[in-house]
Write a protein that binds this ligand. Structure first.
Ligand code: FAD
Length: 588
């Protein structure tokens, strides 16, 4: 069994050195090292090859860690030599296609564990057809993978993050927004994360992670298939460390203003930032492009019903829900029967007297008169007809209850208080538009883009594909359609939405179309389509969740699929895990 030695060395390469691969993929397994595939690789720098040769002395034909490359099309390919580094060293005719190499770890097979390297090498800027200075707003799941894709394309990246850490909503914050439990005031104290203490993922980890950085259990951490929020936050931290993203994040720095400047047909962006808690530390910088990754689960959307403002009980939004103790012995009306509404209702029901869920999307078979839940104290209702001054809440189906608390689990608004596009992009009925394929405002593409807007999706993978598209559009490897063509596409999308009877607020809801969308993005960027097992697991989980909302996180019928996915990911994961250990060791 391989153990990292304390002498684990980072392979650090000077900026300007070009590591170029036409796609390689050397994998490891616990029994040894395998190099497979067909592409060959080039290392276009004497010093890099010397460095690698030095670090890999004695490796030839024996042991190689994991070396992943990505082609100019952004796709991982495989490498076909059992003598990887020999081949690397001896190959001539190096290219400078601007690809990157992600050297995860290298080790010898025998007792000598001194020859280890770990790290990621991004391509030098000089080899790019176009390198841009890009501001990324937010270091959550979307912002992190965007930074990685931009770096892979050779762009200059600064990520502005208003909090002190990466991870966005996954960084649990016990604080709530003061007394403004509904989030009504624009001047309220802001808390970004909407996580509650007990939250576990609603997707299994094997499909939740980024495609090339598996989200698998780690020793000493939460190893559940549907882990808690802290495990996701730790995974995102690992991702950021692994890809050296922390170096380009400016923490505690909020973006207050983003405005476009047009100069001779070239659009650039003025970005004003403020270091938090230091009101005088305001900075303004110019960027070629801005990618908005600020998340959309922080600005509460409330249910509207007659009598709401004069109802005497406590009203709050799930954004400010952390744990159930204040609901003890209370009669609670929960508005909303989507993921948060269902989960929080069940948690509250453990301590509350009664929980009444008011929803607008129940299946036709729901029996409003039959209580559900472990304690038999959860009732389902239609929408609220009105709330009365004596504390009674009346439901449209005819039921009523005298309640103490109304909890709005009614979702969030897209919110871009910093963005000044002079009317080119707006939020209308909670639809951000016009956006070509949910990413680019046609008149400002590709210099302004949004990542992670679609919902009812597997978000990490989707963000990975969207950001790859953006990175390649900025480097001009991909040509976007003309402004008019993009605008026409948006118009026809809106027309289809209307024709199908869907309100505009569902524009970014991708419940049934996400994989078509993902595959379209994959096609644009030359990436592999979504693997079938991912879709099968997503469908099996959705079905199990609908049938067994209380137990789906701990009992599942798709064990075979689950094991198959784990086996596939573990091979790739081994290299990631060892690299993280290597990096940690190197830091000690
Ligand atoms: P966020 O994670 O919100 O990150 C945005 C970042 O931008 C934050 O760090 C924020 O501080 C920063 N920011 C915002 N404004 C500014 C500014 N002006 N200046 C600087 N920085 C700024 N997804 C799943 O895959 N599985 C799940 O089980 C799941 N459960 C969820 C449960 C809840 C309660 C919620 C709210 C969401 C859940 N999600 C789940 C969806 C989740 O939001 C996505 O997985 C993903 O984390 C979104 O990442 P993001 O980067 O788009 O946004």
């Amino acid at each position: 069994m391989w153990k990292p030695s304390t002498g684990a060395a980072m392979l650090t390469l000077c900026p300007g050195i070009l590591c170029s691969l036409n796609g390689i993929h050397v994998t490891s397994s616990s029994s040894g090292l395998r190099v497979r595939g067909r592409a060959h690789c080039h290392v276009a720098s004497a010093s890099v090859s010397t460095e690698i040769a030095k670090n890999s002395a004695g490796l030839r034909g024996r042991t190689i860690g994991c070396v992943r490359g990505w082609s100019s099309a952004g796709r991982s390919q495989s490498f076909s030599s059992a003598t990887c580094f020999g081949a690397m060293k001896s190959r001539s005719g190096f290219t400078s296609s601007g690809n990157g190499v992600d050297i995860r770890w290298i080790k010898t097979n025998g007792d000598d564990t001194s020859n280890q390297t770990a790290g990621v090498v991004y391509p030098s800027k000089s080899c790019k057809s176009k390198s841009c200075k890009v501001a990324v707003i937010g270091a959550g799941a979307a912002g992190l993978v965007t930074a990685r894709e931009l770096l892979r394309e050779g762009h200059d990246v600064i990520v502005f993050e208003q909090t002190k850490s990466v991870g966005g909503v996954w960084v649990y914050d016990p604080e709530i927004e003061g007394d403004d439990l509904l989030g009504l005031s624009q001047d309220r104290k802001r808390v970004h994360s909407s996580m509650y203490a007990s939250l576990r993922t609603n997707l299994p980890r094997e499909i939740m992670g980024y495609t090339d950085f598996p989200f698998l259990p780690r020793d000493g951490r939460d190893g559940r298939r549907f882990p808690g929020h802290a495990e996701v936050a730790a995974y995102l931290q690992d991702f950021a460390e692994f890809y050296h993203l922390l170096d380009c994040v400016q923490f505690s720095t909020s973006v207050d203003y983003v405005g476009s400047c047009k100069d001779q047909n070239k659009i650039s962006w003025k970005v004003r930032t403020r270091r938090r808690h230091q009101t005088d530390d305001v900075k303004e910088e110019q960027f070629d492009a801005v990618v908005v990754c600020n998340g959309h689960y922080s600005q509460p959307k409330l249910a509207e019903f007659p009598g709401s403002s004069s109802w005497p009980g406590v009203q709050m939004h799930s954004h400010n829900y952390r744990e159930p103790s204040s609901f003890t012995d209370q009669t609670v009306v929960v508005i909303g029967n989507a993921a948060s509404g269902e989960d929080i209702s069940r948690e509250i029901a453990d301590v509350a007297k009664e929980v009444h869920i008011s929803g607008r999307t129940w299946s036709a078979s729901v029996d409003f008169s039959e209580p559900i839940g472990q304690h038999g104290n959860i009732w389902r209702h239609s929408t609220i007809e009105c709330a009365c001054e004596d504390g009674t809440v009346l439901f449209a189906e005819g039921g009523c209850v005298s309640a103490d608390i109304i909890l709005h689990c009614t979702g969030y608004f897209y919110h871009y208080p910093f963005l000044d596009t002079k009317g080119e992009v707006a939020v209308d009925e909670n639809c951000v538009g016009p956006l070509y394929e949910h990413v680019f405002p046609p008149s400002l593409a590709p210099s302004l883009s949004f990542v992670g807007l679609p919902w009812k999706v597997v978000p990490f993978q989707l963000c990975e594909l969207q950001s790859r598209w953006i990175a390649m559009a900025l480097s001009r490897k991909i040509d976007l359609p003309s402004t008019q063509e993009m605008m026409d596409s948006v118009e026809s999308f809106y027309a289809e939405l209307e024709a199908s009877g869907k309100p505009k607020r569902l524009a970014h809801n991708m419940a049934t179309t996400q994989y078509d969308y993902d595959n379209w993005l994959a096609d644009q960027t030359g990436s592999a389509p979504v693997e079938t097992w991912r879709i099968q697991i997503f469908e099996a989980t959705s079905k199990n969740k609908r049938a067994n909302p209380e137990t789906y996180r701990d009992e599942w019928p798709d064990e075979e699929l689950h094991q198959e996915a784990f086996a596939r990911l573990e091979e790739l994961d081994l290299s990631c895990r060892l690299t993280v250990e290597c990096i940690q060791q190197a830091k000690l």
